[in-house]
Structures are given as C-alpha cells and as structure tokens.
Design a binder for this molecule. Structure first.
Ligand code: HSE
Length: 311
C-alpha cells in the first residue's frame, strides 16, 4: 500500500490580550508547529521524531499534547489507524505564545484532513483541549481556539463552549518580545487568586467589553484604554524580570499597550503600522537586553487563517 501522508502548520497565538484572561486570543503569522503524519502498517500511533525542542518534549503518546489530542479524537470515533508522527517545533516552549496548543491543534487538524473526516471545528476544539490539559493542567481555550479558528477569538462560555470570532482592524500590528526564560503555565496559574473581589470583576468586565467594542469599531484609543488586566498580570509581572522596563519602553515608543502574552514570559504591544511595530519591538528588545535578558522578537498582523496544510 502506498503510504498516505500529510504535513500541516498550526500558528502561535497571543492569549488573554490584556483584560481577556482565559477568554480572548488571536493567532499570529510566522511561528508555530509543523506536524507530519504518515499512515503506517501498525495499528498504533508513534512519535518518530521531535525536532526543535532541545529534547524536552515527551515521545510517550499519552503525555505528548499532539498525540493526546489525536488519541482523544480516535477514541470518540473508534478509529484504529496506525500513524507515524514527526513534530517540528518552530517556536519556544513555555514562551507564552501557545506552544502546547499549536501541537494539539496541529495534531487534530492533520488527522481530520488526512483521514477526510471533515469534523466540525467545535469537535476538533474539544479534542485539542484534551491535549492542552496534559500540558498546562487546566482547561483554557484562549490559545487553542484562535490557533484552530484563526483571527481574534472571544470565548463567551466554557460550559457549553461558545466561540465568537471578533472582527478587528486590518492595520492592527502586533510587536512581540519573547525573553528567553521559561514560565510554565501550570506554575503561573498557581500564583493567581482563586476568587476576585466584585470591584475587580467589574473593572475587568468593563475593559474586556470595551476592548471588543474598540476592535469592532476600529477605535484605537478605546483599545488602548482597555488594555489593563486586573486579574493575572499584576500577579505575574514579577515572573518576568524585565517586565517594567519592556512595558515602559514600548509605551514610550508609541505602543497602544504592552501586556503579557498568555502566562508569559512573552510580552506584546499593538500599533497601527508595520513601521511603528518594528520601532516598538526594537525598543522592547533593547530594554530587555539592558536588564541582561536575551530575547527574540516578532512583528505580525493578526493571522486570519488558522492551521493550514503545507504538503
Ligand atoms: N489564559 C491562560 C493563562 C493562557 O493565562 O493561564 C496560558 O497560555
């Protein structure tokens, strides 16, 4: 039998997006995960190779995010197909840019295409979430959903899951600084309060609602005013040694905001042109460097496409 293969790419994502803790995220261009699946003669799935992870990710199919997601899908559809898998990490692990989600989404998206299942995205999402749970030890869809759907996503509800795609200004540019330190999402969640005061809930809801309105109305000043998180960022800033310096540098360079991406350490800023975004990211990098922290930088528009087949 001629082997049947597929290769897909799933993008990195920025989640939380200021006031949208666990509720908002968007996909970016350029970085993410590639996964290659080949149907094998065995009746089990096997990770043959993981590239670009510095030997950090598990080959055990019950522990790897990509294969846990695939196994969840196989179990619910009683599929018994042997697969050989190659994973290429084209982004940092523990970067706050949705590394585990990119693997999980790449896995289920690739299986869906390879086997011609045509499953609804909402179902792929539920299996990808099973993979994310293994990596971050919590169910949050604010990386998985934008990675799978593309664009800017709001999770209106988790039970039942309700994903809303939000329109956004096409000239919204994102400058991303990835300081080369690692923060585990599971650890960054442990330091958060289990409950919030009513005044915090009100401030957060105000900003989150206004951010969505700002995006839809293309009101950049409203977006800028709304980009304050009262729940996670005040607790997590201490995990990023260059947080204050990077934030000040971005804001002084004209950025609309500067916030932690996901659970960090990456930080991101919005602006309205590529030229501004490049200037801002360079100021962010210099500020981190002055604190003795090496970093990678990216400039991207919001990626409307989500995952794609590349071979
Ligand atoms: N919303 C999640 C968190 C994203 O902040 O913990 C993790 O990438």
């Amino acid at each position: 039998m001629k082997s049947k293969k597929i290769k897909v790419f799933a993008p990195a994502t920025v989640s939380n997006v200021g006031p949208g803790f666990d509720l908002m995220g968007f996909a970016i261009h350029g970085i993410g995960d590639e996964i290659e699946l080949s149907i094998s003669k065995n009746n089990f799935i096997q990770i043959k190779k993981i590239i670009g992870d510095n030997n950090r990710l598990p080959y055990d199919t019950n522990k790897n995010t990509a294969t846990v997601s695939i196994l969840s899908l196989f179990k619910s559809h009683q599929i018994k197909v042997g697969l050989d898998i190659i994973i290429r990490k084209k982004m940092g692990i523990g970067s706050g840019l949705g590394s585990s989600s990119a693997s999980a989404v790449a896995g289920v998206f690739a299986v869906d295409k390879l086997l011609g299942l045509n499953l609804p995205k909402q179902e792929l999402l539920s299996h990808a979430l099973a993979g994310e749970l293994i990596a971050s030890k919590s169910i949050h869809a604010d990386n998985i959903a934008p990675c799978l759907y593309g664009g800017f996503i709001l999770i209106r509800s988790y039970n039942p899951i309700d994903i809303v795609q939000i329109d956004f200004p096409k000239n919204l540019f994102c400058s991303i600084l990835y300081p080369e330190i690692e923060i585990k999402t599971s650890e960054a969640r442990k330091i958060l309060d289990k409950k919030v005061d009513r005044s915090v809930a009100i401030s957060q809801a105000g900003n989150a609602s206004a951010l969505i309105v700002g995006l839809i109305k293309k009101d950049f000043q409203l977006i800028s005013r709304s980009m304050e998180d009262f729940i996670a960022e005040p607790k997590r800033a201490v995990l990023i040694p260059c947080y204050n310096e990077v934030r000040n540098a971005a804001l002084n360079s004209g950025a609309l905001n500067c916030n932690i991406s996901g659970s960090g350490p990456s930080m991101f800023s919005f602006s309205t042109s590529e030229k501004d975004a490049l200037r801002i990211v360079s100021a962010m990098k210099t500020a981190a460097f002055k604190k003795g922290i090496k970093s990678k930088t990216f400039v991207s528009m919001i990626n409307d496409d989500g995952p794609s087949v590349i071979k």
